[in-house]
Write a protein that binds this ligand. Structure first.
Ligand SMILES: [Zn+2]
Ligand SMILES: [Zn+2]
Length: 139
């Protein structure tokens, strides 16, 4: 009889240890401190992320949009678009930089991108800015 009690106690201890092990593990992965922004502006976004401004790299909050205009499609699969920027770089708060030629753009200069309309998720590929697209630095 004493053996069964011992085994039960062992199982309970093992369960408790496992439980704490798990909460410790998940606690570490989820409670890591968020990056502290250095100023009262947007966080740095990941390039290519739909929530990231391709002109200045600002991470945009919900409702903040990148101003752009798309042209009618020529071949039915993709179309050209001009990206003007987000509220941060259009207002002059952030540097506007072309991801292709790294030139600092004036508010009048835009990025030229190709927009692939796909069901569910559309993909934007930046080709260059009005500067390097014109001078032919990039293909
Ligand atoms: Zn921007
Ligand atoms: Zn450029």
């Amino acid at each position: 009889m004493a053996d069964i009690v011992q085994i039960l106690v062992m199982i309970i201890i093992a369960t408790v240890l496992l439980y704490f092990g798990y909460s410790l593990f998940f606690g570490f992965s989820h409670n890591s401190p968020p990056p502290v922004p250095r100023y009262n502006g947007p966080l740095e976004g990941t390039p290519g992320d739909p929530r990231t401004c391709p002109v200045c790299g600002a991470k945009l909050a919900k409702g903040e949009r990148v101003k752009s205009s798309a042209f009618p499609t020529v071949n039915g699969t993709d179309r050209l678009m001009h990206i003007f920027g987000c509220i941060y770089c259009l207002s002059g708060d952030r540097k506007r930089i072309c991801p292709v030629c790294n030139a600092t753009l004036s508010p009048q200069e835009v990025l030229v991108a190709r927009l692939f309309d796909k069901p569910g998720r559309s993909h934007v590929h930046v080709l260059g800015c009005s500067r390097c697209r014109k001078t032919g630095i990039s293909k």
